[in-house]
Write a protein that binds this ligand. Structure first.
Ligand code: GUN
Length: 282
């Protein structure tokens, strides 16, 4: 079997068209969705992500404000800036790009963002709301993955979803989202023994490991759906994911490419969350 590609770029564009229409509608009511992005320091990867977020805002007619702060900034100054944005009515979403310099507490930063403007879905209140099935800002990468699976028309009810990786940003919340959709979920991570014995049971395998081309066909059940959250460089410096695409492609039924898979969906769901926040104004 040769897998169908879940084209994240195309799906993202389709969703973005709908978001753009909604933004235009809000603007007729006098509301322009506004996203503030705080970038601390000079991490090149973070700079690229932030630039892509700004570009997406502009493309969709949203206001975007980039606040660049030096790596040496003290924690209190950053927290004060966040409080200012919490109180700024023209800002509907606040995102502090991670990682932060070591002297700044990510926990304090995330908890200072108003849960009503936490479009990343990282605040414990939003995580708690998501866990209990309440309305919440859903974290963007997990949300994007759910949309990608839904685009295949596969009913996830009763399906076995195996997640490799247990980060707060992707692994943990993506499992929870699929549990909310009535899937059976298994979490695997770096301490899991005999990883392949779990991953080979997966109807849907979500790979969020951070190791280039780690997942080869021995880890995959025939006909599984394989979602690749990784973003690494291979030995030739070429962008690649956690999945060895060539090896897995013929065994899976659907697979996401890197680049052009989960990445564009993450930014799109950030735009969606910002729109959702702004829409509460009318
Ligand atoms: N760093 C890597 N991914 C993300 C993300 O989705 N949001 C934020 N704020 N920082 C990140």
């Amino acid at each position: 079997m040769s897998a169908k590609i879940i084209d994240g770029k195309q799906l993202a564009n389709t969703i973005r068209q709908d978001i753009k229409k909604e933004v235009e509608h809000l603007q007729t009511k006098g509301v322009t969705p506004g996203l503030a992005v705080i970038l601390v320091g000079d991490n090149q990867a973070s700079r690229t992500y932030v630039a892509n977020k700004e570009k997406a805002c502009k493309q969709l007619g949203m206001k975007s404000v980039l606040i660049e702060l030096p790596a040496t900034i003290d924690e209190q100054t950053l927290l004060t800036k966040i409080v200012e944005l919490n109180n700024d009515a023209s800002i509907h979403g606040i995102l502090v790009q991670l990682p932060l310099p070591k002297h700044i507490s990510e926990k304090k930063v995330i908890e200072t963002i108003s849960p009503e403007k936490d479009v990343d879905g990282f605040h414990p209140i939003n995580i708690g709301r998501m866990m209990t099935g309440q309305d919440a800002f859903l974290p963007c990468t997990p949300f994007g993955i759910l949309k990608m699976i839904q685009s295949t028309n596969i009913d996830v009810t009763g399906k076995h979803v195996v997640v490799i990786g247990r980060s707060n940003i992707v692994g943990k919340p993506v499992g929870q989202l699929f549990l909310n959709e009535n899937a059976t979920v298994t979490y695997c991570h770096s301490k899991t023994t005999d990883l392949a014995s779990y991953t080979r049971q997966a109807d849907i395998l979500i790979c969020a490991i951070g190791k280039a081309k780690f997942v080869t066909e021995e880890y995959v059940k025939e006909g599984a759906v394989v979602i690749d959250v990784g973003m690494s460089r291979d030995e030739n410096g070429k962008l690649c994911g956690d999945v060895d695409f060539e090896s897995v492609q013929d065994k899976s039924s659907f697979i996401t490419p890197v680049p052009g898979g989960v990445g564009p969906m993450t930014i799109t769901m950030l735009m969606y969350n910002t729109l959702k926040s702004a829409a509460k104004e009318i």
